[in-house]
Design a protein around this ligand. Sequence first.
Ligand code: UD1
Ligand code: BG6
Length: 365
Amino acid sequence: KKGHYDHFMQKEIHEQPHSLTTTMRGRLKDHGVLLGGLKEHMKTIRHSRRIVLIGCGTSYNAALAVRPFLEELSSIPVTMELASDLLDRQGPIYREDTAVFVSQSGETADTLLALDYALENGAMCVGITNTVGSTLARKTHCGVHVNAGCEIGVASTKAYTSQIVAMAMMALAIGDDRISTKARRESIIYGLSDLPNKVREVLKLDSEMKALAESLIDAQSLLVFGRGYNYATALEGALKVKEVALMHSEGMLAGEMKHGPLALVDETLPIIVIATHDACFSKQQSVIQQLHARKGRLIVMCSKGASSSVCPSEFCRAIEVPQVIDCLQPVVNIIPLQLLAYHLTVLRGFDVDQPRNLAKSVTTQ
Ligand code: UD1
Ligand code: BG6
């Protein structure tokens, strides 16, 4: 079933042009999206006072990637909840809320318990899941099947990008009644239709990421700084590295750098800064300058053709990625980090598809 690949994770990373295509199949129209699963409930969703995005692990990160433009397109406040934390706090969920539950397997215990809790509190409950017939799909009022195809590697890769795209389509559908954002929505729809091509292009970085992994094989730790649309990319890239390559890695909000993380910076600690072109670009340039001034071991992810202007010195490594519309850039940007985590794991001699102590689906609390 692995075809010519050595591992499922590797196969699933390279499958993404196809899995993204199946996620969008039959749902993308010239002037809007068609999500059969949400149609009947759209009025209730649009009238909700708040949208709460809930998940665990990679699914939470996918939701975080979508948050900025779900807010933008819906004009409804969007908040984030890790399922376990919502349960620990018994946080407020109201009848006027739309609670969106994101889970690849649809069977994660914390997510399902949070769903029971939101149902008891009378919220409109929407599921985003890759598993037809899962408990999440059955218990939610409505939802969207991610349709990424079966994912076997414990570390989620193709489900992550397809979850982002499924929720991007949800954001477009919710915002569909607003004239002021029509042009923006049309450019996102165009961006979605071209995304599989851009993902095919970024996958060509495979050997470059293997070379980068070779240079990082003995590192103790790896930091990833992102912000805006790519805050989630930083969290998810670091999560991939820690869960499969068993290397300490933290994803951080670049805006918080001066409030602590900067103390860690020295010549030995590798730091990836995500600085592709968007409204936060100049802020990321200044982050790069500050890390450079403290002799940080810099690796910069930037838009194609920008490395010479973004890299402060010849010692800074660049990962150049194709540019897409700002809000979809996280789908492209995570892929080199998935490849990096994969190659680091193989080089370090660890089990790629079954990382120690982890399970694909965590069905106990
Ligand atoms: C559906 C069909 C698809 C068919 C298409 C044609 C299924 C599973 N999907 O896709 O095969 O090609 O119509 O029009 O039969 N749901 C939840 N919670 C979730 C996820 C989904 O309640 O977490 C519900 C949806 O609200 C919907 C149903 O499951 O009622 C199917 O969802 P989805 O597969 O996303 O709908 P379509 O894309 O319309
Ligand atoms: C587990 C997996 O911890 O559950 C992760 O190892 C996954 O890869 C997390 O992100 C959440 O799973 P799900 O199925 O709810 O998306």
